[in-house]
Design a protein around this ligand. Structure first.
Ligand code: PLP
Length: 383
């Protein structure tokens, strides 16, 4: 019997842990508490410090600006709630401007902020998934100076690269703090937080072939923020709790590998994406959701007109091919993608769209295999 083939095309949901990363992490699974003032604690602290230095260097930040936490969900919650609590403590009404296509770990805290009495304005996007920076200027003119502007660097569902530098510039011109969720951009596009002009940025280890449950929150020096977790004085008092030392070692190693290989790897994946999209567009009623140019090489969101995305996903799963509908976090809720709806797709079109995301172990051959299976399934479903 032919062995079942497994193809993983869901790198935006999570990436496999790289062997080189696991090898580094194993050395630090059994270490002391980095806050302990003895040899065991010093060993752990030294590993943590080295990881912090490596990350700071790679994203052009200062070591004091790197906070380890559990991941981007925590990071986004910390920034948004931290600003809301800070403003409220000062007796002011928080006002945050963001976009309609952010990840749920930004949108849900914003909903919470609204319930707490904050003002929230969400900027829409065009049919390519891009917000117009001018809309941020207009929102400031209409509502006054916000406490924070938050815009993701790369959209997780479409791979669209957002004009964050331009929006951050508008934030700076108005003396407003700027936050960016860089989860889907790290390792794929060049990250220089100084150039972007970000005051806050977040990413997760498991999206860059590192471990799950570890993330980095960048906070520009002396930026006011109320911590989400209160307790010990770890992470400059901004994130209480004993640090995940092996996780920190892992995310630093993963980032280093991604950055060293980024340009060559993205060239390789751009070719894979081109082949995939050319072949997919040969199928009747298909369309790529997202901008043709401002898009990372690792994400293709495809509309299959008249086909239920859920059915296609399950049929592909039976063939050993892993893909997703929208983001992994909203997969269970079965609601149509808020990102695609914001881009003007109908509910039916949004539910007929599938996200394919490529990565380190994706080979050209996987693409031929996948498209061949899709063609067969689509023609069967359309019969
Ligand atoms: C853009 C974006 N932000 C935040 C997150 C949340 O990351 P985590 O689940 O690691 O907290 C994700 C995960 O899919 C994401 O894609």
């Amino acid at each position: 019997m032919e062995e079942k083939r497994f193809v993983y095309l869901d790198y935006n949901a999570t990436t496999p842990l790289r062997e080189e990363v696991a090898e580094e992490m194993i050395k630090y699974l059994n270490v002391g508490n980095p806050s302990s003032p003895h040899w065991s604690g010093r060993e752990a602290k030294s590993a943590l410090d080295s990881a912090r230095e490596k990350i700071a260097e790679l994203i052009e930040a200062d070591i004091h600006e790197i906070i380890f936490n559990s991941g981007a969900t925590e990071g986004n919650n910390t920034v948004i709630k931290g600003i809301v609590f800070y403003e409220m403590k000062k007796g002011r009404t928080p006002f945050i401007i963001s976009t309609k296509v952010e990840h749920s770990s930004v949108l849900r805290p914003l909903e919470f902020a609204r319930e707490m009495g904050a003002k929230v304005e969400l900027i829409g996007v065009d049919s390519y998934g891009l917000p117009d920076p001018d809309d941020f200027r207009k929102a400031i003119k209409k509502n006054g100076k916000p406490s924070l502007i938050s815009v993701m660097l790369v959209n997780n569902e479409t791979g669209v690269i957002m004009p964050v530098e331009e929006i951050a510039k508008i934030a700076k011109e108005n003396d407003v703090l700027f936050h960016t969720d860089i989860v889907q951009g790290v390792g794929k596009v060049r990250i220089n937080l100084k150039e972007i002009g970000a005051d806050f940025a977040v990413f997760s280890g498991h999206k860059i072939y590192g471990p799950k449950g570890i993330g980095v929150l960048f906070i520009r020096k002396q930026t006011p923020l109320e911590p989400l977790l209160h307790g010990g004085k770890q992470e400059d008092g901004l994130r209480a709790g004993t640090q995940n030392v092996s996780g920190a070692v892992g995310i630093a190693k993963a980032l280093e590998l991604c950055e060293n290989e980024r340009e060559e790897e993205m060239r390789r994946l751009r070719k894979i994406q081109r082949i995939f999209e050319e072949m997919i567009l040969e199928i009747d009623g298909t369309k790529i959701n997202g901008h043709p140019e401002f898009r990372i090489p690792t994400t293709s969101n495809v509309l299959f007109k008249g086909i239920e995305g859920e059915t296609l996903l399950m049929a592909l799963d039976l063939e050993g091919i892993a893909v997703s509908i929208g983001s992994a976090c909203s997969a269970e809720s079965k609601t149509p993608s808020h990102v695609l709806m914001a881009m003007g797709l109908s509910q039916e079109e949004a539910q007929s769209s599938i996200r394919f995301s490529f990565g380190l172990f994706t080979k050209e051959d996987d693409i031929y295999y996948t498209v061949e299976k899709i063609k067969k399934i689509v023609s069967r479903l359309r019969r």
